[in-house]
Design a protein around this ligand. Structure first.
Ligand code: ZN
Ligand code: ZN
Length: 291
């Protein structure tokens, strides 16, 4: 059915997705062709935004090198390395590229990055290594997207941690939007302040069966139970009002709070529709009697 959506209804769908996080599960397919590089900016002492108008990409600076989160598009391979240079960050200092999920707005430039920096380790969850290995998937409009797969490297498992220098990332694998969709927990630092940060991903429910739905729900609840989350980030800009906060950050006066520190309530508000979607999915799978 999705294939036959008219332009009008696709636009409506995008509008719907833009206003309702609960259905913002696979929005990037509609936006990939139009996405453009955005002005990069430093968010915290150890975090930089180097992404696009829609798809996010981030750099975490540690005491022993850089961790990149997502690579952006195959057709825009130079944006992230160029954005990094603006802050004096050398691409050769990148030790890891972590893919939050294996859609091509997040994986597209990964093979190029590996050519630029042969020592770069690329990490993603098992489900997404498999998902992207064939070099094609159906986008949200039912059109196959084709790409060069990334050769398998670091396999992330649920609850794994990755430590580089003074920084540790914790991974919550939440299959749904893709089979290896991964939410990332780390600490943002500003001066002597440290803020627990959750970078969540699509968190969709594109799976079947009560078992998968129960596991998805349990993991969302576990992520939501994380105490004292001060910073909520995402794989796309719109859900977290990234540019609004960036403008506030730019206009910030000494002593003002960092607008990206929006506290545990904002985190719960952001997660609530995803929890509701997960609960509905479980109820639907039970009703359909799909084990
Ligand atoms: Zn995306
Ligand atoms: Zn996606």
């Amino acid at each position: 059915m999705k294939k036959f959506l008219s332009i009008l209804s696709v636009s409506f769908l995008i509008l719907l997705m833009a206003t309702s996080p609960a259905v913002a599960q696979q929005p990037e397919a509609d936006r990939q062709a139009d996405d453009k590089p955005a002005a990069p900016f430093q968010v915290f002492d150890n975090l930089y935004f180097v992404g696009f108008e829609s798809a996010c990409a981030w750099v975490i600076k540690t005491s022993q090198g850089l961790i990149l989160i997502d690579s952006g598009y195959v057709q825009l391979p130079d944006h992230i390395p160029g954005a990094m240079r603006q802050f004096g960050l050398n691409f050769s200092d990148a030790k890891y590229l972590i893919i939050n999920h294996a859609h091509t707005d997040h994986t597209g430039a990964a093979n190029h990055f590996k050519e630029l920096n042969r020592g770069l380790r690329i990490g993603m969850a098992e489900g997404d290594w498999e998902f992207q290995a064939s070099g094609t998937y159906m986008n949200s409009q039912g059109i196959p997207r084709k790409f060069t797969p990334i050769p398998r490297d670091l396999v992330i498992k649920d609850q794994d941690t990755l430590t580089l220098g003074d920084t540790t990332l914790k991974f919550h694998v939440l299959p749904g939007h893709t089979p290896g969709d991964t939410t990332i927990e780390f600490t943002a630092i500003e001066g002597n302040k440290r803020y627990k940060t959750i970078l969540f991903s699509g968190l969709g429910t594109a799976f079947r069966g009560v078992k998968a739905a129960q596991e998805h729900l349990d993991r969302i609840k576990r992520v939501m139970a994380a105490p004292d989350v001060q910073v909520t980030l995402s794989d796309h800009t719109m859900g977290i009002n990234l540019f609004e906060k960036a403008a506030k950050l730019k206009a910030r006066k000494p002593g003002d709070a960092n607008p990206f520190v929006d506290g545990p309530e904002a985190f719960r508000r952001e997660m609530q529709p995803r929890l509701a979607a997960a609960e509905k999915k479980l109820a639907d799978e039970r009703a359909a009697n799909r084990p």
